[in-house]
Design a protein around this ligand. Structure first.
Ligand code: URA
Length: 210
């Protein structure tokens, strides 16, 4: 028997949407996660940054991008001249997906179903309520959620994309770039240049900053 369809949220404000998301059971990821990690930032933000899913630290804190990837993102935004406090930061998937290994919880990639259900329930509504001018998709999962299909980061990064996504339906442009966690895994000798390339992508956002 297939599960009963779960109603899409109807919230008219970001605060109400966030409250609805606390009880999300639309995919099985809620079972093992500590809590829903909803987006955070200004409801009037011109720029929305989208990551993949909360990590271990975010799952415990209940806030997006507060762990190592978040620190790296903060540093890159600062170098790019974009104020994080002026943006809205969220994830494509709102629950931490992991595999227990001893005492550690090892990140697992969300699958297509989890990404698309979470996008339809939460990300689409966050974007509709905020109506940003620019969406920054960091990494393959965010790009999939924004474009609704697999997107090659290497080919899509480095320029502003108009008109082929959910974001364009709400009138927003898109920048695709790497996920900050990717930079943490780049071999030492390439890390500086990979970080600089990330900063260059983020600099494209400057003209959207208030
Ligand atoms: N990685 C993400 O994609 N999002 C977070 O919030 C933290 C790490």
């Amino acid at each position: 028997r297939s599960p009963a369809p779960i109603a899409r949220p109807t919230a008219r404000s970001l605060t109400a949407l966030r409250e609805e998301a606390e009880h999300c059971r639309a995919c099985p990821l809620w079972k093992n996660a500590t809590q829903t990690v909803f987006g955070e930032g200004r409801a009037t933000a011109r720029i929305v940054l989208i990551g993949e899913q909360p990590g271990d630290r975010e799952d415990l804190a209940g806030k997006p991008f507060v762990g190592p990837a978040g620190k790296l993102l903060d540093r890159a935004l600062e170098q790019a001249g974009v104020e994080r406090t002026q943006t809205y930061v969220t994830n494509a998937v709102k629950h931490f997906k992991f595999e227990p290994r001893g005492k550690r919880r090892i990140h697992k990639k969300p699958n297509e179903h989890e990404i698309s259900v979470c996008q339809q329930h939460w990300l689409d509504n966050e974007l509709r309520l905020i109506e940003p001018d620019l969406v920054i998709a960091m990494g393959a999962t965010a790009a999939r959620a924004v474009f609704g299909r697999a997107t090659a980061i290497g080919k899509s990064r480095g320029h502003i994309i108009k008109g082929q996504s959910l974001a364009s339906e709400i009138g927003a442009d898109v920048i695709v770039t790497v996920h900050p966690s990717f930079l943490l895994r780049v071999p030492d000798e390439d890390r500086d240049s990979a970080f600089q390339a990330f900063v260059e992508d983020l600099k494209l956002a400057r003209k959207y900053a208030p």
